[in-house]
Design a protein around this ligand. Structure first.
Ligand code: TXA
Ligand code: MG
Length: 337
């Protein structure tokens, strides 16, 4: 891809001046601000409508000095960084004392990620001479579907200058398509490494590098807003339906006069509003949010999603779908009743 170096330089200057910029990454687009500037970080929360006690991830350049952000870098972090950075993995580490509370949501940990997208890397290198940190949650309003194109970001927040964003860098459609895998390394002594959010980098890949199993989050785990039940949700209600029941459920909904939008992976149907996603988890994840957003604009009563396979390679996709369809049973009951 062609890097527009002028646009990247301009964006770095805007960030240094405390402005908000949309940044492409390989997972989803981020709503970026200078992580060292509490007012700029506060503007992210205001734009998203996000509760201020939710922490944001700090994005760093490839060779950044992590001690500016984390008070300790355990050997487990070193192994995962060597294996997966730059790439779609976020590490939760004990925070350094000078990290603004606005970034950490008042917690004593910080989330660090080194994205592989060439535009994000170029921006991080240009911003504060490569030693800054860019705070960036996904560039969507709180609870909504993450953006995977520049147009999605503009749909959420308006064009640059017309809303909270000073610039939108266009890096094409995000390759991965779902948010980064998050591994918490702050409680290695008591609970071991914890998988806070599944993603393209699978739990099995992380476990192989660490040589130990990942624990699941418990009540004491740090807050992850993506782990709220109703997250990643379109405006249209979403129901998850097993492949075997799909034809029957759609038929019954239509018999009730319901307008159904359909998202399938196993076969194509002739439904007027339908999206077909690849039958492999990487391709499915890549197209997931584009399809959800497209189906959400159809004015349907319901988006019916064919449940993907349940094996571990699909963990990241199934996690997002479960949250998008958080009231699946209730929605189906209401529309079929
Ligand atoms: O792929 C991604 O991670 C994208 C791109 C833009 O990098 N970012 C993203 O950010 O998904 P966001 O804010 O939408 O989700 C980040 C998650 C949140 O659920 C947040 O609570 C969690 O990471 N997080 C950030 N810092 C944390 C910390 N110190 N402790 C626990 N969770 C943290
Ligand atoms: Mg998000």
């Amino acid at each position: 891809m062609n890097l527009d170096l002028n646009a990247i330089r301009d964006a770095a200057r805007l960030l240094e001046a405390g402005q908000l910029v949309a940044m492409p990454t390989e997972t989803v687009y981020g709503l970026a601000a200078d992580a060292g500037n509490p007012d700029a970080v506060a503007a992210i929360f205001a734009a998203k409508g996000r509760p201020s006690n939710h922490p944001v991830i700090v994005h760093v350049a490839r060779d950044a000095d992590l001690s500016r952000w984390a008070s300790a870098i355990p050997s487990e972090a070193g192994k995962l960084i060597d294996a997966f950075w730059p790439g779609p993995l976020t590490l939760i580490l004990p925070r350094a004392s000078n990290v603004p509370a606005a970034v950490t949501g008042g917690q004593d940990s910080v989330g660090l990620r080194c994205p592989s997208h060439p535009v994000a890397q170029a921006l991080l290198k240009e911003f504060r001479g490569g030693q800054g940190g860019i705070a960036a949650p996904s560039a969507n309003r709180f609870g909504r579907v993450s953006p995977t194109t520049a147009q999605h970001v503009i749909d959420e927040f308006g064009a640059p200058g017309a809303g909270p964003l000073a610039a939108v860098l266009d890096g094409g459609q995000s390759e991965v398509g779902i948010e980064s895998t998050i591994v918490d390394l702050t409680r290695l002594d008591t609970r071991g490494p914890v998988l806070l959010r599944p993603g393209r980098i699978s739990a099995a890949q992380v476990e192989q590098v660490l040589g130990r199993a990942l624990a699941l989050p418990d009540a004491a785990a740090p807050r992850v807003s993506g782990s709220l039940d109703a997250h990643y949700a379109p405006h249209t209600p979403v129901a998850l339906v097993e492949s075997a029941a799909l034809a029957d459920v759609v038929e019954r909904l239509r018999a009730k006069g319901r307008r159904v939008a359909l998202m399938q992976w196993s076969e194509a149907t002739s439904a007027p509003w339908s999206a077909r996603l690849p039958a492999a988890p990487e391709g499915y994840a890549h197209g997931l949010y584009v399809s959800l957003r497209a189906l959400d604009t159809q004015g349907a009563d319901l988006i019916v999603v064919e449940q993907p396979p349940q094996d571990s390679a699909w963990q990241g996709v199934n996690d997002r779908l479960r949250r998008a369809a958080f009231d699946s049973a209730g929605v189906l009951e209401k529309l079929l009743g």
